[in-house]
Design a protein around this ligand. Structure first.
Ligand code: FAD
Length: 375
Protein backbone atom coordinates (compact mmCIF):
# COMPACT_ATOMS: atom_id res chain seq x y z
CA UNK A 1 0.00 0.00 0.00
CA UNK A 2 1.19 3.54 -0.69
CA UNK A 3 0.43 5.91 2.19
CA UNK A 4 0.96 9.68 2.14
CA UNK A 5 0.79 11.43 5.50
CA UNK A 6 0.75 15.20 5.93
CA UNK A 7 2.20 16.18 9.33
CA UNK A 8 5.03 14.67 11.36
CA UNK A 9 3.56 15.33 14.81
CA UNK A 10 2.74 12.52 17.29
CA UNK A 11 -0.29 11.29 15.27
CA UNK A 12 1.40 11.15 11.84
CA UNK A 13 4.70 9.66 13.02
CA UNK A 14 3.16 7.04 15.29
CA UNK A 15 0.68 5.91 12.65
CA UNK A 16 3.49 5.72 10.07
CA UNK A 17 5.70 3.57 12.25
CA UNK A 18 2.89 1.22 13.31
CA UNK A 19 1.85 0.61 9.69
CA UNK A 20 5.43 0.11 8.50
CA UNK A 21 6.08 -2.27 11.38
CA UNK A 22 2.97 -4.28 10.47
CA UNK A 23 4.03 -4.56 6.83
CA UNK A 24 7.49 -3.49 5.64
CA UNK A 25 6.25 -3.51 2.04
CA UNK A 26 4.07 -0.44 2.64
CA UNK A 27 5.54 2.67 1.02
CA UNK A 28 4.97 5.41 3.56
CA UNK A 29 5.90 9.07 3.13
CA UNK A 30 5.44 11.67 5.89
CA UNK A 31 5.56 15.32 4.80
CA UNK A 32 6.61 17.65 7.62
CA UNK A 33 7.17 21.38 7.19
CA UNK A 34 9.49 21.71 10.21
CA UNK A 35 13.04 20.48 10.69
CA UNK A 36 13.48 17.49 13.07
CA UNK A 37 14.54 19.71 15.97
CA UNK A 38 11.99 22.51 15.55
CA UNK A 39 9.11 22.47 17.91
CA UNK A 40 6.66 24.72 19.66
CA UNK A 41 5.86 24.39 23.31
CA UNK A 42 7.44 22.51 26.15
CA UNK A 43 6.26 19.30 27.80
CA UNK A 44 3.22 17.10 27.20
CA UNK A 45 1.59 14.65 29.58
CA UNK A 46 -0.12 11.32 29.32
CA UNK A 47 -1.79 8.84 31.62
CA UNK A 48 -0.82 5.34 32.74
CA UNK A 49 -3.42 3.88 30.41
CA UNK A 50 -1.82 5.51 27.36
CA UNK A 51 1.55 4.10 28.38
CA UNK A 52 0.12 0.59 28.50
CA UNK A 53 -1.24 1.05 24.94
CA UNK A 54 2.17 2.28 23.80
CA UNK A 55 3.85 -0.75 25.35
CA UNK A 56 1.45 -3.14 23.65
CA UNK A 57 1.87 -1.52 20.25
CA UNK A 58 5.58 -0.77 20.05
CA UNK A 59 7.87 -1.82 22.89
CA UNK A 60 10.88 0.06 21.39
CA UNK A 61 9.28 3.50 21.50
CA UNK A 62 7.63 2.70 24.84
CA UNK A 63 11.02 1.94 26.43
CA UNK A 64 12.59 5.11 25.06
CA UNK A 65 9.67 7.23 26.22
CA UNK A 66 9.64 5.75 29.72
CA UNK A 67 13.41 6.19 29.88
CA UNK A 68 13.03 9.96 29.40
CA UNK A 69 9.89 10.87 31.23
CA UNK A 70 8.89 12.21 34.63
CA UNK A 71 6.18 10.45 36.62
CA UNK A 72 3.96 11.73 39.39
CA UNK A 73 0.75 10.83 41.17
CA UNK A 74 -0.23 14.15 42.77
CA UNK A 75 -2.31 17.10 41.68
CA UNK A 76 -1.51 20.24 43.73
CA UNK A 77 -4.13 22.96 43.84
CA UNK A 78 -2.86 26.35 44.97
CA UNK A 79 -5.52 28.85 45.96
CA UNK A 80 -5.07 31.83 48.31
CA UNK A 81 -1.41 30.78 48.51
CA UNK A 82 -2.40 27.53 50.22
CA UNK A 83 -1.43 24.24 48.59
CA UNK A 84 -3.84 21.29 48.70
CA UNK A 85 -2.37 17.98 47.49
CA UNK A 86 -4.53 15.22 46.03
CA UNK A 87 -2.80 11.88 45.44
CA UNK A 88 -3.68 8.90 43.28
CA UNK A 89 -3.58 10.68 39.89
CA UNK A 90 -0.86 8.95 37.88
CA UNK A 91 0.53 10.94 34.99
CA UNK A 92 3.82 11.30 33.19
CA UNK A 93 5.40 14.17 31.34
CA UNK A 94 7.94 14.33 28.53
CA UNK A 95 9.37 17.16 26.45
CA UNK A 96 7.44 17.39 23.19
CA UNK A 97 10.72 17.60 21.26
CA UNK A 98 12.02 14.45 23.00
CA UNK A 99 8.84 12.55 22.12
CA UNK A 100 9.07 13.69 18.50
CA UNK A 101 12.75 12.73 18.26
CA UNK A 102 11.99 9.22 19.58
CA UNK A 103 9.20 8.75 17.03
CA UNK A 104 11.33 10.20 14.20
CA UNK A 105 14.20 7.80 14.98
CA UNK A 106 11.89 4.82 15.07
CA UNK A 107 10.35 5.84 11.73
CA UNK A 108 13.82 6.06 10.22
CA UNK A 109 14.82 2.69 11.64
CA UNK A 110 11.75 1.04 10.13
CA UNK A 111 12.19 2.71 6.74
CA UNK A 112 9.46 5.35 6.76
CA UNK A 113 10.36 8.19 4.38
CA UNK A 114 10.00 11.32 6.55
CA UNK A 115 10.53 14.46 4.45
CA UNK A 116 11.33 17.35 6.74
CA UNK A 117 11.18 21.01 5.73
CA UNK A 118 8.48 20.10 3.20
CA UNK A 119 5.43 22.31 3.43
CA UNK A 120 2.45 20.89 1.56
CA UNK A 121 0.01 23.42 0.17
CA UNK A 122 -1.54 21.54 -2.75
CA UNK A 123 -2.87 18.27 -1.42
CA UNK A 124 -5.03 16.89 -4.23
CA UNK A 125 -2.07 15.59 -6.26
CA UNK A 126 -0.65 13.77 -3.22
CA UNK A 127 -4.06 12.33 -2.42
CA UNK A 128 -4.56 10.96 -5.91
CA UNK A 129 -1.19 9.21 -6.01
CA UNK A 130 -1.69 6.98 -2.97
CA UNK A 131 -4.02 4.35 -1.53
CA UNK A 132 -4.40 6.05 1.82
CA UNK A 133 -4.06 9.77 2.46
CA UNK A 134 -3.76 10.96 6.08
CA UNK A 135 -4.24 14.52 7.32
CA UNK A 136 -2.27 14.51 10.59
CA UNK A 137 -1.43 18.18 10.12
CA UNK A 138 -2.62 19.62 13.40
CA UNK A 139 -5.24 22.06 14.51
CA UNK A 140 -5.10 24.28 11.40
CA UNK A 141 -5.10 21.26 9.06
CA UNK A 142 -4.68 22.08 5.38
CA UNK A 143 -6.18 18.70 4.48
CA UNK A 144 -9.32 19.40 6.51
CA UNK A 145 -9.66 22.84 4.94
CA UNK A 146 -9.16 21.50 1.42
CA UNK A 147 -11.97 18.94 1.81
CA UNK A 148 -14.03 21.11 4.09
CA UNK A 149 -17.32 20.30 2.40
CA UNK A 150 -16.85 16.58 3.02
CA UNK A 151 -15.52 16.67 6.59
CA UNK A 152 -17.91 19.47 7.64
CA UNK A 153 -15.81 20.66 10.58
CA UNK A 154 -17.03 22.89 13.40
CA UNK A 155 -14.50 25.16 15.09
CA UNK A 156 -15.61 26.57 18.39
CA UNK A 157 -13.34 29.34 19.74
CA UNK A 158 -13.28 29.52 23.54
CA UNK A 159 -13.37 32.74 25.55
CA UNK A 160 -10.25 32.41 27.68
CA UNK A 161 -6.81 33.43 26.46
CA UNK A 162 -3.83 31.22 27.26
CA UNK A 163 -0.09 31.27 26.72
CA UNK A 164 2.37 28.36 26.90
CA UNK A 165 5.65 29.06 28.74
CA UNK A 166 8.41 27.03 30.34
CA UNK A 167 10.26 27.69 33.59
CA UNK A 168 13.22 26.31 35.55
CA UNK A 169 11.08 26.18 38.69
CA UNK A 170 10.29 22.48 39.09
CA UNK A 171 6.66 21.65 39.82
CA UNK A 172 6.52 18.06 41.03
CA UNK A 173 3.11 16.87 39.92
CA UNK A 174 0.40 18.69 38.05
CA UNK A 175 0.12 22.04 39.82
CA UNK A 176 -2.94 24.22 39.24
CA UNK A 177 -2.39 27.68 40.69
CA UNK A 178 -4.94 30.48 40.97
CA UNK A 179 -4.29 34.14 41.78
CA UNK A 180 -6.43 37.25 41.70
CA UNK A 181 -5.13 40.82 41.32
CA UNK A 182 -6.61 44.20 40.33
CA UNK A 183 -7.01 43.02 36.69
CA UNK A 184 -8.86 39.78 37.46
CA UNK A 185 -8.10 36.08 37.89
CA UNK A 186 -5.18 34.05 36.52
CA UNK A 187 -4.72 30.28 36.46
CA UNK A 188 -1.48 28.40 35.77
CA UNK A 189 -1.18 24.76 34.72
CA UNK A 190 2.34 23.57 35.47
CA UNK A 191 4.30 20.33 35.66
CA UNK A 192 7.90 19.21 35.49
CA UNK A 193 8.66 17.27 32.29
CA UNK A 194 12.40 16.71 32.61
CA UNK A 195 15.11 17.27 35.20
CA UNK A 196 15.44 20.99 34.55
CA UNK A 197 12.21 22.34 33.15
CA UNK A 198 8.48 22.66 33.78
CA UNK A 199 5.66 23.60 31.46
CA UNK A 200 3.86 26.71 32.71
CA UNK A 201 0.61 27.55 30.89
CA UNK A 202 -1.20 30.69 32.03
CA UNK A 203 -4.84 31.35 31.24
CA UNK A 204 -7.24 34.14 32.05
CA UNK A 205 -10.64 35.40 30.97
CA UNK A 206 -10.92 38.12 28.28
CA UNK A 207 -11.82 40.80 30.84
CA UNK A 208 -8.71 40.07 32.92
CA UNK A 209 -6.64 39.99 29.74
CA UNK A 210 -7.76 43.41 28.58
CA UNK A 211 -7.62 44.95 32.10
CA UNK A 212 -4.00 43.80 32.37
CA UNK A 213 -3.23 45.46 29.01
CA UNK A 214 -1.62 42.40 27.40
CA UNK A 215 -2.83 43.56 23.97
CA UNK A 216 -0.12 46.24 23.85
CA UNK A 217 2.64 44.47 25.82
CA UNK A 218 5.80 42.99 24.35
CA UNK A 219 6.82 39.39 25.08
CA UNK A 220 9.25 40.58 27.79
CA UNK A 221 6.65 42.86 29.41
CA UNK A 222 4.07 40.06 29.42
CA UNK A 223 6.48 37.68 31.12
CA UNK A 224 7.49 40.33 33.65
CA UNK A 225 3.82 40.96 34.51
CA UNK A 226 3.05 37.25 34.92
CA UNK A 227 6.23 36.65 36.92
CA UNK A 228 4.83 39.16 39.43
CA UNK A 229 1.40 37.50 39.50
CA UNK A 230 3.02 34.10 40.17
CA UNK A 231 5.99 35.39 42.22
CA UNK A 232 5.20 33.12 45.20
CA UNK A 233 5.12 30.07 42.95
CA UNK A 234 8.08 30.76 40.66
CA UNK A 235 10.49 31.46 43.54
CA UNK A 236 12.54 33.91 41.52
CA UNK A 237 12.67 31.81 38.34
CA UNK A 238 11.80 33.46 35.04
CA UNK A 239 9.18 32.42 32.54
CA UNK A 240 10.81 31.13 29.36
CA UNK A 241 9.36 31.92 25.98
CA UNK A 242 9.39 29.70 22.88
CA UNK A 243 7.41 31.62 20.29
CA UNK A 244 4.89 31.96 23.12
CA UNK A 245 1.85 34.08 22.37
CA UNK A 246 -1.67 34.48 23.69
CA UNK A 247 -4.22 32.37 21.90
CA UNK A 248 -7.78 31.14 22.33
CA UNK A 249 -8.30 27.41 22.46
CA UNK A 250 -10.33 26.04 19.55
CA UNK A 251 -12.59 23.01 19.97
CA UNK A 252 -12.41 21.07 16.70
CA UNK A 253 -15.00 18.51 15.64
CA UNK A 254 -15.73 16.94 12.26
CA UNK A 255 -19.14 15.64 11.20
CA UNK A 256 -17.43 13.13 8.87
CA UNK A 257 -14.04 11.61 9.52
CA UNK A 258 -13.09 10.50 6.04
CA UNK A 259 -13.55 11.31 2.39
CA UNK A 260 -12.78 8.67 -0.25
CA UNK A 261 -9.19 7.53 0.62
CA UNK A 262 -8.58 10.43 3.04
CA UNK A 263 -8.78 10.43 6.82
CA UNK A 264 -7.90 12.94 9.54
CA UNK A 265 -5.99 12.07 12.72
CA UNK A 266 -5.12 13.87 15.98
CA UNK A 267 -5.71 17.60 16.37
CA UNK A 268 -6.81 17.90 12.72
CA UNK A 269 -9.75 15.66 13.59
CA UNK A 270 -10.58 16.74 17.14
CA UNK A 271 -9.24 18.72 20.07
CA UNK A 272 -9.91 18.44 23.79
CA UNK A 273 -9.04 21.32 26.11
CA UNK A 274 -5.50 21.11 27.51
CA UNK A 275 -6.78 21.17 31.10
CA UNK A 276 -7.47 17.44 30.79
CA UNK A 277 -4.00 16.97 29.24
CA UNK A 278 -5.06 14.64 26.48
CA UNK A 279 -4.08 16.11 23.09
CA UNK A 280 -0.99 13.96 22.58
CA UNK A 281 -2.63 10.93 24.18
CA UNK A 282 -5.58 11.16 21.79
CA UNK A 283 -3.27 11.69 18.80
CA UNK A 284 -1.26 8.54 19.64
CA UNK A 285 -4.38 6.53 20.41
CA UNK A 286 -5.97 7.60 17.10
CA UNK A 287 -2.91 6.17 15.35
CA UNK A 288 -3.30 2.91 17.27
CA UNK A 289 -7.02 2.70 16.52
CA UNK A 290 -6.55 3.27 12.77
CA UNK A 291 -3.69 0.77 12.63
CA UNK A 292 -5.89 -1.77 14.48
CA UNK A 293 -8.58 -1.41 11.81
CA UNK A 294 -6.01 -2.31 9.13
CA UNK A 295 -5.30 -5.57 10.95
CA UNK A 296 -8.71 -6.86 9.84
CA UNK A 297 -8.73 -5.79 6.18
CA UNK A 298 -6.77 -3.77 3.59
CA UNK A 299 -9.94 -2.32 2.08
CA UNK A 300 -9.35 1.38 2.74
CA UNK A 301 -12.99 2.44 2.52
CA UNK A 302 -14.08 -0.29 4.92
CA UNK A 303 -11.24 0.54 7.32
CA UNK A 304 -12.07 4.23 7.40
CA UNK A 305 -15.74 3.50 8.12
CA UNK A 306 -14.77 1.09 10.90
CA UNK A 307 -12.29 3.61 12.36
CA UNK A 308 -14.99 6.27 12.64
CA UNK A 309 -17.51 3.83 14.08
CA UNK A 310 -15.14 2.53 16.75
CA UNK A 311 -13.30 5.73 17.64
CA UNK A 312 -15.93 8.48 17.47
CA UNK A 313 -17.77 7.54 20.69
CA UNK A 314 -14.44 7.48 22.61
CA UNK A 315 -13.50 10.93 21.32
CA UNK A 316 -16.95 12.34 22.04
CA UNK A 317 -16.66 11.17 25.63
CA UNK A 318 -13.30 12.95 26.00
CA UNK A 319 -14.60 16.09 24.40
CA UNK A 320 -17.51 16.12 26.82
CA UNK A 321 -15.17 15.74 29.82
CA UNK A 322 -12.89 18.42 28.39
CA UNK A 323 -15.86 20.73 27.94
CA UNK A 324 -16.85 20.36 31.61
CA UNK A 325 -13.23 20.90 32.59
CA UNK A 326 -12.68 24.05 30.58
CA UNK A 327 -15.90 25.43 32.02
CA UNK A 328 -14.25 25.50 35.45
CA UNK A 329 -11.34 27.57 34.13
CA UNK A 330 -13.55 29.88 32.09
CA UNK A 331 -15.62 30.60 35.22
CA UNK A 332 -12.85 30.53 37.84
CA UNK A 333 -13.65 34.12 38.81
CA UNK A 334 -17.02 32.97 40.27
CA UNK A 335 -15.36 30.29 42.40
CA UNK A 336 -12.55 32.29 43.97
CA UNK A 337 -14.65 32.94 47.09
CA UNK A 338 -14.38 29.23 48.03
CA UNK A 339 -11.96 28.11 50.74
CA UNK A 340 -8.95 26.10 49.42
CA UNK A 341 -10.34 22.62 50.25
CA UNK A 342 -13.82 23.02 48.70
CA UNK A 343 -12.16 24.84 45.79
CA UNK A 344 -9.79 21.88 45.25
CA UNK A 345 -12.69 19.41 45.52
CA UNK A 346 -14.69 21.31 42.91
CA UNK A 347 -11.67 21.47 40.66
CA UNK A 348 -10.95 17.74 40.93
CA UNK A 349 -14.57 16.78 40.19
CA UNK A 350 -15.06 19.36 37.41
CA UNK A 351 -15.09 17.01 34.44
CA UNK A 352 -17.46 14.53 36.15
CA UNK A 353 -15.04 11.71 35.34
CA UNK A 354 -13.95 11.76 38.99
CA UNK A 355 -16.54 11.90 41.78
CA UNK A 356 -16.56 11.85 45.57
CA UNK A 357 -16.27 8.03 45.84
CA UNK A 358 -13.52 7.94 43.30
CA UNK A 359 -11.55 10.63 45.11
CA UNK A 360 -12.05 8.80 48.40
CA UNK A 361 -10.42 5.72 46.89
CA UNK A 362 -7.60 7.75 45.34
CA UNK A 363 -6.84 9.85 48.40
CA UNK A 364 -8.78 9.15 51.62
CA UNK A 365 -6.72 11.77 53.46
CA UNK A 366 -7.79 14.51 51.12
CA UNK A 367 -11.47 13.54 51.47
CA UNK A 368 -11.13 13.39 55.27
CA UNK A 369 -9.64 16.90 55.30
CA UNK A 370 -12.34 18.13 52.90
CA UNK A 371 -15.09 16.74 55.15
CA UNK A 372 -13.47 18.14 58.28
CA UNK A 373 -13.47 21.56 56.61
CA UNK A 374 -17.27 21.37 56.37
CA UNK A 375 -17.35 20.07 52.75
C1 FAD B 1 -0.98 25.16 25.37
C2 FAD B 1 -1.07 23.74 24.99
C3 FAD B 1 -0.82 22.79 25.95
C4 FAD B 1 -0.90 21.46 25.65
N1 FAD B 1 -0.65 20.56 26.62
C5 FAD B 1 -0.75 19.26 26.34
C6 FAD B 1 -0.52 18.30 27.34
O1 FAD B 1 -0.22 18.61 28.47
N2 FAD B 1 -0.64 17.02 27.03
C7 FAD B 1 -0.96 16.63 25.79
O2 FAD B 1 -1.04 15.44 25.58
N3 FAD B 1 -1.17 17.51 24.80
C8 FAD B 1 -1.09 18.82 25.05
N4 FAD B 1 -1.32 19.73 24.07
C9 FAD B 1 -1.81 19.30 22.77
C10 FAD B 1 -0.78 18.65 21.88
O3 FAD B 1 0.29 19.49 21.65
C11 FAD B 1 -1.50 18.26 20.58
O4 FAD B 1 -2.79 17.85 20.88
C12 FAD B 1 -0.77 17.15 19.88
O5 FAD B 1 0.51 17.57 19.53
C13 FAD B 1 -1.55 16.70 18.64
O6 FAD B 1 -0.75 15.93 17.80
P1 FAD B 1 -0.95 15.95 16.23
O7 FAD B 1 0.08 15.01 15.70
O8 FAD B 1 -2.35 15.70 15.90
O9 FAD B 1 -0.68 17.43 15.77
P2 FAD B 1 0.61 18.35 15.89
O10 FAD B 1 1.43 17.96 17.05
O11 FAD B 1 0.13 19.75 15.81
O12 FAD B 1 1.43 17.99 14.58
C14 FAD B 1 1.06 18.41 13.28
C15 FAD B 1 2.30 18.51 12.44
O13 FAD B 1 1.93 18.81 11.11
C16 FAD B 1 2.83 19.74 10.56
N5 FAD B 1 2.13 20.42 9.46
C17 FAD B 1 1.00 21.16 9.58
N6 FAD B 1 0.61 21.61 8.38
C18 FAD B 1 1.51 21.15 7.49
C19 FAD B 1 1.65 21.26 6.07
N7 FAD B 1 0.77 21.97 5.34
N8 FAD B 1 2.70 20.67 5.46
C20 FAD B 1 3.61 19.95 6.19
N9 FAD B 1 3.51 19.80 7.54
C21 FAD B 1 2.48 20.38 8.17
C22 FAD B 1 3.20 20.62 11.73
O14 FAD B 1 4.44 21.25 11.53
C23 FAD B 1 3.23 19.61 12.88
O15 FAD B 1 4.52 19.09 13.09
C24 FAD B 1 -1.24 21.05 24.33
C25 FAD B 1 -1.46 22.00 23.33
C26 FAD B 1 -1.39 23.33 23.67
C27 FAD B 1 -1.64 24.33 22.58
Amino acid sequence: MRINIIGGGPAGLYFALLMKKANAAHEIVVYERNAPDDTFGWGVVFSDKTLSYLQRNDEETFLKITDSFEMWDNVDVVHRDEKVTIRGNKFSGIARIKLLNILQERCEQLGVDVRFRTEVSEVEELRKTCDLFVGADGINSTVRQRYNQFFQPSLDVLHNKYIWYGTRQLFHGLTLTFHANEAGVFAAHSYKFNETTSTFIVECDPETWSNAGFGSMSDAETREYLEKVFANDLHGHQLLSNNSRWINFVNVRNAHWSYENTVLLGDALHTAHFSIGSGTKLALEDAIALNDCFKKTDDVKEVLEEFEKARKPVIEEYQEAAYESLHFFENARDLMHLEPLPFAFKLMTRSKRIDYENLKRRDPQFIAAYEASGG
